[in-house]
Write a protein that binds this ligand. Structure first.
Ligand code: DGP
Length: 116
């Protein structure tokens, strides 16, 4: 696993900073967002450091698929059967605030479209 010293989500992945973890495996983990935007708001991250989806898909596309599979598992664990959303922000204009790739899993209420 490659980590970056000053990366918040690397610290969560290694247990240095605590998080409310829902499910984890050898390569990824899912934990509740500290500032939830829906009744269920979970972040799915790889244990290894990638800045964003562009870097992830370029360097390890298989892992990208595994992260989406874990996001689906989160939706099942959280009983989001009536619908949910998987979102990933890439870069400043999209509002990415943590430079360690993460998928938001949002659900538990009706979600509007388009996003802001
Ligand atoms: P984004 O803006 O797409 O980069 O999403 C980053 C998310 O990370 C944001 O929804 C808030 C969440 N977050 C930031 N710091 C922490 C933290 O220390 N713990 C947890 N659980 N979530 C955090």
């Amino acid at each position: 696993m490659s980590t970056v010293n000053d990366c918040l989500f690397c610290k969560i992945a290694t247990g240095v900073i605590p998080a409310d973890i829902i499910v984890e495996n050898d390569h990824a983990l899912a934990f509740r967002d500290i500032d939830p935007k829906a009744p269920t708001h979970v972040l799915v991250i790889p244990r290894s450091h990638f800045a964003d989806v562009d870097e992830l898909t370029e360097r390890d596309p298989d892992l990208a698929g595994k992260l989406l599979a874990l996001a689906s598992e989160v939706a099942k664990l959280e009983a989001l059967g009536t619908g949910y959303r998987i979102v990933t922000n890439i870069g400043e204009d999209a509002g990415q605030s943590v430079a360690h790739v993460h998928f938001h899993v949002l659900g538990g209420r009706s979600l509007t479209w388009p996003p802001g």
